[in-house]
Ligand binder design. Sequence first.
Ligand SMILES: Cc1ncc(COP(=O)(O)O)c(C=O)c1O
Length: 391
Amino acid sequence: MKYNFDIKMERRGTNCEKWDFLEEAFGKKDLLALWVADMDFPAPPEVLDALHKKIDEGALGYPIAPDSLLKAITDWQDVRHGWKIGKETVTWAPGVVAGLAFSIMAYTKPGDGVIIQTPVYPPFYAIISESGRRIVKNPLKRANGRYVMDLEGLEKLVTPICRTLILCSPHNPVARVWTREELEALSELAERKDMIIISDEIHQDLVYSDAKHISIAALSDEMSSRTVTFVAPSKTFNIAGMNSSVALIPDDKLRARYVSVLKRLHLSSLSILGLTAMETAYGKCAGWLDELMAYLEENRNLTEKFVREWMPKAKMDHPEGTYIFWIDFRGYGFDSEKLMDLLVNEAGVALNNGRNFGTEGDGFARINIGTNREMLKEALEKIAKALEAKF
Ligand SMILES: Cc1ncc(COP(=O)(O)O)c(C=O)c1O
């Protein structure tokens, strides 16, 4: 191994949300933080070197996005995900959530419905309602011990004024990596009902060895012409604070509508350091990512085994991707309030309250395993101990 992920990184006092905002979010400072979706690892050394070099140049004025950056982005999609796209496909977003919000402005009108598949990442709700559109829920359903999309439910919801779906792929918080068959079934419906798919693929690179990520836009020319895909180096390389994300829009008309929103808001350009970090991450850090995924996969296996053995009334589906996993604590008779009270005040850990992901999340919590293994074990043991003391 070239990189060390067992590192104990002190993040308190670095103005990071995960560790320096605990008191505001949970009412207590002294907690193990396994909530906000970033990892307790430094960014790849190659990225840090490139940033140092950029700063040493001294010139931090307005940047351009060079061809070498566009090539790094399109090569990444080709090599890692088998999706061949031209550089004209690439446009920007300061963050993926911002890009989703711009897409809602670009492709829908006030009063239109926008469909989300719940439970899902909380900002999906906010960006729809805050833009005066209607949240239309198509809850995920259970089949064969895992979450799946409810396509029959979806079919009933799609109308001419409710034909935009925000797809979360892989899905936060249920850690599903949608299969080719699932995406093809969704595509069939999308084509038949003339839908627009806004595909949030921020977790596309964080997929375990027993799953494979497929971009829905890559399935066919037809799908690439009705899909807007968001990717970013932010989760993959742990550089979310760089605020630099990518919108991939092969269709000229869809791209023009998105770009017109960027222009209207004067947000067409990213920061010079963000662009530098992105080019280096996609261009030079594949090896770092492979080692990260091997480390996270062991963390996943450990977490799965631990929950099964030491939290007998809790349930966690086999996570296929992401480093944020969804644990069902309802077997202990918890609603979210009681669950959060136990986690914070008895176990001393900060997990995300499942209720924030939708009503379906009552009695669930989301755990972030993107940390050194020793701390992960300590946190799991604290939770198991608190459960044991109570039950
Ligand atoms: C599905 C999903 N989309 C978007 C984001 C955040 O993206 P950004 O910080 O680029 O807005 C996250 C972060 O956890 C996420 O899980």
